[in-house]
Write a protein that binds this ligand. Structure first.
Ligand SMILES: [Zn+2]
Length: 217
């Protein structure tokens, strides 16, 4: 399914429901699964495997998480999905410079349906990164999870997306004007007087360059 084919009728959730009914949870899961399936071009088998990861729904302000499962393999991977109580929740994402966008520090108030779907996409991305035995596992990265959340929000709610702020570029660090690393006099400590110090000094200069050297002889 193409990304732009995933439509979320936000009008239907205004005013947003307070309760996460079974029907609403199902909608949220379908929405998130459709996004992940399209993003990673999952085969039906991969999609089915991903869909077997149990989701533990919580109404609380704690952080959601994907758990990879115990090393003894008795407990498989699972997702704990935390959605604060109320009709809306404050959506925020990791600050990653490679993404370049982030919500304001206080977050953006969004309907709980949008919040839960974005967070579930985040945790399902971790499940994809984990591989679940049917996909090549990828490195666990919060850049990828954050990018997916933001891509989803942009596709369904341009007005929420427009509230994201462009992250300022990190100011470039000035080169420190400190003492150079290699001092000719220090080098001399290890060499008996007149014993190849010149050639050693030249080699060090070739290796490190002038910038790191001080001719304190
Ligand atoms: Zn994460």
């Amino acid at each position: 399914m193409a990304l732009n084919a995933i439509q979320m009728d936000l009008a239907r959730v205004h005013p947003s429901p307070t309760r996460l009914t079974l029907a609403l949870r199902r909608t949220i899961v379908n929405e998130a699964m459709a996004f992940i399936t399209a993003t990673y071009n999952l085969t039906p088998y991969q999609r089915e495997t991903l869909a077997t990861v149990p989701i533990q729904w919580k109404r609380c302000r704690r952080a959601s998480r994907f758990e990879r499962g115990g090393s003894h393999r008795l407990i498989g991977p699972r997702i704990r999905l935390c959605v604060p109580t109320g009709k809306t929740a404050s959506w925020t994402v990791y600050s990653r410079r490679r993404i370049g966008l982030s919500p304001p520090p206080q977050g953006i108030q969004v309907p709980i349906r949008l919040f839960a779907t974005a967070v579930l996409i985040h945790e399902l991305t971790h499940a994809v990164q984990d591989g679940l035995g049917v996909m090549p596992s990828r490195c666990m990265s919060e850049v990828e999870t954050t990018r997916n959340e933001i891509t989803y929000v942009r596709s369904v709610s341009p007005e929420v997306f427009s509230q994201l702020q462009v992250m300022k570029a990190k100011p470039r660090r000035k080169r420190r004007k400190t003492a150079p690393l290699i001092d000719r006099q220090d080098l001399g400590v290890f060499m008996p007087r007149g014993c190849g110090l010149e050639s050693l000094w030249r080699s060090v200069r070739q290796l490190f360059g002038e910038r790191y050297m001080r001719n304190g002889a």
